[in-house]
Ligand binder design. Sequence first.
Ligand code: XMP
Length: 326
Amino acid sequence: AWTAANIADALVEQVREQVGDGRAICGLSGGVDSAVAAALVQRAIGDRLTCVFVDHGLLRAGEREQVQQDFVAATGARLVTVDAVETFLRELDGVSDPETKRKIIGREFIRSFEGAVSAELGDSAAHGESIDFLVQGTLYPDVVESGGGTGTANIKSHHNVGGLPEDLQFSLVEPLRLLFKDEVRAVGRELGLPEEIVARQPFPGPGLAIRIIGSVTPDRLETLRHADAIAREELTTAGLDAQIWQCPVVLLADVRSVGVQGDGRTYGHPIVLRPVSSEDAMTADWTRLPYDVLERISTRITNEVREVNRVVLDVTSKPPGTIEWE
Ligand code: XMP
């Protein structure tokens, strides 16, 4: 029978057969798919799996901790965190063009991941072992989209993750490749992953960098992270998470407007709320959030986030707008 427990058991067994007594490596993004794939493989082969998490400094509040603490606590997985925050910020310094941001982030991500993989390979070699398997959270829709190929490829060229060099050859372990998203979530719950990970809404690989309209600086990241945390908290408190596909919170870093607070004039930045409803992100409609929720978010952001004196709502569908602003 189709139950999450049966599926999980069968997938764990498949991974055991495929990997045998070999070793595997898995990149964690903070998202659902890589977390569930890693949890399955961890259950199958234990410490012979190494998870790698690259912190590029563009994540939202609490997301690094979610991987380092909650994911590890739930799975017992061996995790290597690469702190690449300074490198990413240096490379992004002064860059405001969206596609250039994406290119830099993609390139640096690969570089950081490769660095960690090479270190792990060296470590294993010193113990007379090798790492032959790369775990990926490929889902059925990804398989269909890419023509169904599999095998000994290097890292899938996703729009935010490129390839490993030719000399790093891995066999792919893709335990989720016959599943749809809701099935992946069910399996994740079955494996004991926390709801914050399993129910996570989509979040782009380039992270907050493409939600700062303008160049990326530590101060701007802090401002956006704070505003985003407030919006997410209020949406969750209002019980609206399941109705929203995702809600980008965007900082218009190059725009200022006049405001008044206390008895002083302010000259701060606007924050844009972009709540959308969607089936697959190909098209989307703006979500009609209740006014009282919007009011709470606006009041809190303008009170609590020093640089922000205005909150605006994006009421554009996709098309013609995209979900993200960059
Ligand atoms: P757009 O803005 O194109 O977004 O309507 C559609 C969906 O894709 C996500 N998105 C990205 N995801 N890397 C990603 O991994 C990216 O560069 C990227 N750009 C957009 C977006 O969050 C939405 O879910």
